[in-house]
Design a protein around this ligand. Structure first.
Ligand SMILES: Nc1ncnc2c1ncn2[C@@H]1O[C@H](COP(=O)(O)OP(=O)(O)OP(=O)(O)O)[C@@H](O)[C@H]1O
Length: 192
C-alpha cells in the first residue's frame, strides 16, 4: 500500500465560526488515529477536509494512495435494492468479487431490500461492505460504530486492525470510546 496522510496548519471555518486552527497531523503506513471531541466541535468537518471534500480556511492536506471516506451520508440510491446500489459502486471501485465483504457484514439477506427500508445498523453494515470490498489505502471513518451491534462492531474492529497491519491508514472520528487502543488527537486542543 501507498498510504500516507499529512495535514499542516489546518483551520476550518463553518458559516461565520472558526471551529479550529493550527491543526497538524502526520500519518504513515500502519497508523491508526482517533479524532475525539464533543458534538459540534468539528470532527466531521475535519474528515471532509482530509477527504478533499471541504476546502480548509487555511492550511494544506497531502496524501499518497487512495482514500475512502465513510460517514453518515450513505451514497446509495434509496430507491434501488441494496444489491443493485452496491453493484454500482463495485463497478466504479473496480471490485470484481465483493462476496467476502458481503458475507462478513451479513449483507446477503438484504440484497433485495430497497435501501430506504434498511435500518440504521443495516445501512452502516452496507457502508462497511462497500469500504471492505474497495481497495482504498487511507480510511477516513466518521462515527463508524454508530448503529452497529456488538458482533458487527467486533468484525469491523478486526478489519481495521488488519487494514493497518497491512500498511493502510485509518483515521476514526468519534466522540465515543473506541474499545481498542489507538493514539488520540483532541479537536478541543485546536478550538478557537
Ligand atoms: N454547511 C455548514 N454551514 C455552516 N455551519 C455548519 C455547516 N456544517 C456544519 N456546520 C457547523 O459546524 C460545526 C461542526 O460540525 P461538525 O459536523 O463538523 O461537528 P462534529 O464534531 O462532527 O459533531 P458531532 O459529534 O455532533 O457529529 C457545527 O456547529 C455545525 O452546526
Amino acid at each position: 500500500m501507498q498510504a500516507s496522510l499529512a495535514a499542516r496548519n489546518l483551520a476550518c471555518r463553518r458559516g461565520d465560526r472558526l471551529l479550529f486552527r493550527k491543526f497538524d497531523l502526520s500519518l504513515h503506513a500502519g497508523d491508526t488515529l482517533h479524532i475525539t471531541g464533543a458534538n459540534g466541535i468539528g470532527k466531521s468537518s475535519l474528515m471532509r477536509i482530509l477527504a478533499g471534500l471541504l476546502r480548509p480556511f487555511e492550511g494544506t492536506v497531502n496524501s499518497t494512495g487512495s482514500l475512502a471516506l465513510m460517514d453518515e451520508r450513505l451514497a446509495l440510491d434509496p430507491e434501488w435494492p441494496l444489491g443493485r446500489s452496491l453493484a454500482f459502486w463495485h463497478a466504479l471501485d473496480g471490485c470484481t468479487d465483493p462476496s467476502d465483504a458481503l458475507a462478513m457484514m451479513d449483507i446477503e439477506p438484504l440484497l433485495d431490500v430497497p435501501v430506504r427500508f434498511l435500518s440504521t445498523g443495516q445501512r452502516k453494515r452496507a457502508a462497511f461492505a462497500r469500504l471492505l470490498s474497495g481497495s482504498a489505502d487511507n480510511w477516513l471513518l466518521d462515527e463508524p460504530f454508530n448503529g452497529l451491534d456488538a458482533a458487527a462492531r467486533d468484525k469491523v474492529i478486526a478489519r481495521i486492525r488488519h487494514h493497518c497491519e497491512a500498511g493502510g491508514i485509518c483515521v476514526i472520528a468519534s466522540h465515543q470510546d473506541l474499545g481498542f487502543k489507538a493514539p488520540t488527537l483532541a479537536i478541543e486542543d485546536y478550538a478557537t
